[in-house]
Design a binder for this molecule. Structure first.
Ligand SMILES: Cc1cc2nc3c(=O)[nH]c(=O)nc-3n(C[C@H](O)[C@H](O)[C@H](O)COP(=O)(O)OP(=O)(O)OC[C@H]3O[C@@H](n4cnc5c(N)ncnc54)[C@H](O)[C@@H]3O)c2cc1C
Length: 296
């Protein structure tokens, strides 16, 4: 069966992309492995009408509403390959028959790569976060830290004092110059030059000498990697984003490959649930219009 659109990734951006297509009664297949980026967090913040709700429930409600449209199919599984065909594209799926479609939407998200510090990964999403807009308010203006991963960490370090007393752990990632030191001082950011050895307890940052600092929350600017190799297989171009490579898209969320669209974290430097939903809505409508107006 030839679908109009296959969407790879059925979380916030993929679900949102599917809706305008479903509402145009287009045949859509959503392939989803079910591994959302925010699965470590118990609450999602900053998305209108859903502020503070369980991220899994938000995604589940989205899926339930989408699946009331009869032209949409759902396949739980992992897309592992993609290639062009005469009529569009073929997607290979682990343990299932390949599926074909005229258009592809990549909504497969990103994977966070944390610095290799013992105790960090276990606290990811509960005490250790990437984004103060998502999780800063709940720290109640307590003691917060940021572990630098590069000079780019300056940006977050300068923002964080709005959420609490901030310590920047340089962790040998970079050394601020005179101008940067002045900016950090003006924002009241404390500097810690000793290397972080591990994270213990609720949130004790243990330094190489054994000295430790107790915090209420810790921020780490992760490197992100596009979660699936499909964009590369299809020949999409990438951009170097603030936190890692992302798929290049135009304002309509079209990639550099005709007929392939991308939305959500996979095609945005610094994503969030509301931004993923907005990008998805754009990708879905743009893909529908390309089905009407463009022959590939
Ligand atoms: C710890 C943490 C907490 C966060 N908290 C917040 C918050 O409070 N508020 C907020 O707005 N944002 C928050 N975020 C950011 C938010 O999670 C992302 O911006 C959002 O999930 C992006 O949605 P998405 O649809 O692009 O990708 P994702 O939600 O990551 O979904 C991608 C989907 O694609 C699937 N997929 C990937 N590869 C394949 C494949 N090959 N085949 C099939 N399926 C595939 C995945 O399994 C997944 O279901 C948080 C992130 C983290 C890490």
């Amino acid at each position: 069966m030839q679908y109009d659109v296959i969407i790879v990734g059925g979380s916030y951006s993929g679900l949102s992309a599917a809706l305008p297509l479903a509402r145009a009664r287009r045949r859509v297949l959503v392939v989803d492995e079910g591994v959302r980026r925010n699965r470590y967090a118990a609450h999602s913040h900053g998305f209108l009408t859903q502020d503070g709700n369980d991220p899994a429930t938000i995604a589940q409600q989205g899926r339930e509403q989408l699946m009331t449209y009869r032209t949409v199919e759902w396949l739980t599984g992992k897309a592992v390959g993609a290639e062009r065909t005469d009529q569009g594209f073929r997607i290979r799926i682990e343990g299932a028959e390949p599926r074909e479609a005229s258009r592809i939407i990549l909504a497969s998200g990103v994977v966070d790569r944390l610095p290799d510090i013992p105790g960090l990964a276990e606290r990811w999403g509960s005490r250790v976060f990437h984004c103060p807009y998502c999780h800063g308010y709940e720290l109640d203006r307590g003691r917060i830290g940021i572990i630098a991963t590069s000079a780019m960490s300056m940006h977050l370090a300068l923002l964080l004092p709005d959420w609490g007393d901030t310590t920047l752990f340089l962790n040998e990632a970079f050394e601020p110059n005179t101008e940067q030191l002045a900016k950090l001082s003006a924002r009241g950011v404390q500097l810690e030059r000793e290397v972080v050895h591990r994270v213990d307890g609720d949130l004790d940052i243990v330094l190489r000498s054994g000295r430790s600092l107790r915090l209420d929350g810790l921020f780490v600017p992760t490197r992100v990697e596009v979660a699936s190799p499909l964009a590369a297989m299809l020949g999409c171009e990438f951009d170097e984003g603030f936190f890692g490579r992302i798929i290049r898209t135009d304002a309509m969320k079209a990639t550099s490959v005709k007929g392939v669209y991308a939305c959500g974290d996979v095609a945005r430097a610094g994503g969030s649930v509301p931004l993923a939903v907005g990008d998805g809505a754009m990708a879905g409508a743009a893909t529908h219009q390309s089905l009407v107006f463009e022959n590939h």
